[in-house]
Design a protein around this ligand. Structure first.
Ligand SMILES: NC(=O)c1ccc[n+]([C@@H]2O[C@H](COP(=O)([O-])OP(=O)(O)OC[C@H]3O[C@@H](n4cnc5c(N)ncnc54)[C@H](O)[C@@H]3O)[C@@H](O)[C@H]2O)c1
Ligand SMILES: O=c1ccn([C@@H]2O[C@H](COP(=O)(O)OP(=O)(O)O[C@H]3O[C@H](CO)[C@@H](O)[C@H](O)[C@H]3O)[C@@H](O)[C@H]2O)c(=O)[nH]1
Length: 477
């Protein structure tokens, strides 16, 4: 029986390995992690991450051909194929701090592979890594290889959170890069055969190693760039009376542009976009390509501007101060249908409002109180992407300005204003008349996701700000 070991049981490693196990019943898949709590959760009824459809996939395969374990060394030693999906956060210290990828966890995994391997293995980069990482990994693996041969492949993951299972079952494409040698091509074919269990051949693209590594960074940079572009337009819309959803709609009908990633928002979040663009910026700078680096940096600067602009809009609308005022925050996850809060714009918006001494009452249908408090108390901008058990613990007594509640009605009771920061479907169908009746007046709504019916809210009596829409008379300068 072919054995696969997946190193890293996170948002990528867990779902990708579970889907491979589902689609390839003749392969034994074991997912290993250094975090005991994460592995315990994967083996329980409460999986460590929320993804629609994930529970059903895990239930079908767990303890049949899908296993979760903390015994990294044993399963690495036994595997024929190893997928590495460990964290690759932005470096917080030393050379390249704030931009370069921190490959500590990847290197740790590579060293275990080098040490434990007694048989030939295919080692696959599933994590997003800087272009030419495979070369460094090759060096670590071959240095102490004891005659074992390794083929390194790049098979970057393109899933989006919230739709991970759907994306894995039916991806646009799978990308496999490898050395263009007979051994490299054979390894590519082996991995291609795994995906061919459920995907037509024309969706599996094969390239050289460096193209696959760079294509992943480029993919995220292009997506984020589109969001920053429409967000830039949203500021211009507010200044001119144009409406950003109408502009997006017009663009979306251009077949050269296509309809996706044109929703203006309070800013993009998530663990990947900012980290991967910073990584691209660092690689460009390292190669002396200053103009290229500056071009991509601007995508992040525009995103920071959008979050900052939102906070300033809230404060300036409410008589230039939110000190002592109660603001209801609806939504904390970085997008709907996920419990992930990594780099969520909610963190920056909440911190911005707390900086002006607001009282926040936060509600998110999926994010735990612990997670919200942890996110709001982390000082470093880079600590968030390290393995959970390595992150600092926080004291619950901190942040008296923040209350986390169990539903939207409780959050908005007696509030002066509401900020919609995640586009959860349930926020669209709340009883806004009831909410209005229970709020302080004038009652404000700041819709950072453009999901609410502005006209209807104004009829009720709210003063409404919605990204990129003509300004409420109250808010005009
Ligand atoms: N989250 C996404 O949507 C997504 C999508 C595509 C690609 N990626 C990339 O995939 C990688 C993983 O992302 P994630 O979101 O799954 O991260 P994650 O933090 O959810 O999971 C990574 C896991 O790896 C474990 N780990 C770290 N070092 C280890 C080691 N040496 N041995 C065993 N386990 C180890 C950690 O404990 C953690 O549980 C990153 O490079 C990311 O950029 C993420
Ligand atoms: O039109 C849009 C689309 C998205 N967003 C925001 O952008 C962020 C990222 O969204 P999305 O791309 O849907 O989620 P991720 O799970 O971060 O997925 C991205 O990052 C992954 C990790 O690398 C890649 O695999 C995916 O292809 C890529 O879409 C979220 O805050 C969204 O709210 C917008 O503001 N407007």
């Amino acid at each position: 029986m072919v054995k696969i070991c997946g190193i890293g049981a996170g948002y990528v490693g867990g779902p990708t390995m579970a889907v491979i196990a589902l689609k390839c019943p003749e392969i034994e898949v074991t997912v290993v992690d250094i975090s005991h709590s994460r592995i315990a959760a994967w083996n329980s009824d409460h999986l460590p991450i929320y993804e629609p459809g994930l529970e059903q996939v895990v239930q079908q395969c767990r303890n049949k051909n899908l296993f979760f374990s903390t015994d990294v060394e044993k399963h690495v030693a036994e595997a024929d194929i190893i997928f590495v999906s460990v964290n690759t956060p932005t470096k917080s210290r030393g050379l390249g701090a704030g931009k370069a990828a921190d490959l500590t966890y990847w290197e740790g995994a590579a060293r275990v592979i080098a040490e434990m391997s007694k048989s030939n293995k295919i080692v696959i980069e599933k994590s997003t890594v800087p272009v030419r990482t495979a070369e460094a990994i090759e060096r670590i693996l071959t240095h102490n290889s004891n005659g074992v041969s390794f083929q390194i492949l790049s098979n970057p993951e393109f899933l989006s959170e919230g739709t991970a299972i759907e994306d894995l079952l039916n991806p646009d494409r799978v990308l496999i890069g490898g050395r263009q040698t007979p051994e490299g091509l054979l390894a590519i074919q082996t991995v291609k055969d795994i995906y061919a269990h459920w995907l037509p051949e024309d969706r599996i693209i094969t390239t050289n190693l460096w193209s696959a590594e760079l294509a992943k960074l480029a993919d995220n940079a292009f997506l984020a760039q589109r969001i920053s572009s429409i967000n830039a337009m949203s500021a211009l819309c507010e200044a001119t009376g144009a409406e950003v959803s109408e502009v997006s709609h017009a663009l979306s009908k251009n077949s050269k542009l296509g309809p996706r990633f044109l929703n203006a928002s309070v800013g993009f979040g998530g663990s990947c976009f900012q980290k991967d663009i910073l990584n691209l910026v660092y690689i460009s700078e390292s190669n002396g390509l200053t103009e290229v680096a500056n071009y991509w940096k601007q995508v992040i600067q525009m995103n920071d501007y959008q979050k900052d602009r939102f906070v300033k809009r809230v404060i300036s609308s409410m008589f230039n101060t939110v000190s002592g005022k109660k603001i209801a925050i609806l939504g904390f996850a970085f997008k709907k249908d996920t419990s992930d809060t990594r780099k969520t714009p909610s963190i920056d918006v909440c911190k911005g409002l707390m900086g002006d001494d607001a009282y926040l009452t936060i509600y998110d249908p999926r994010v735990s109180e612990d997670q919200i408090r942890r996110d709001l108390s982390l000082n470093s901008t880079v600590e968030w992407d390290h393995p959970i058990h390595l992150q600092p613990t926080i004291s619950p007594s901190t942040m008296k300005q923040v209350r986390i509640v169990k539903d939207a009605y409780e959050a908005t009771k007696d509030a002066h204003g509401i900020c919609i920061l995640t586009e959860w479907d349930e926020f669209k169908s709340l009883d806004y008349q009831r909410i209005f009746d229970n709020m302080q007046k004038p009652a404000f709504v700041f819709d950072g996701r453009n999901i609410l019916n502005v006209g209807r809210l104004r009829e009720i009596g709210f003063i409404v700000y919605s990204i990129g829409k003509p300004l409420d008379p109250w808010l005009r300068p």
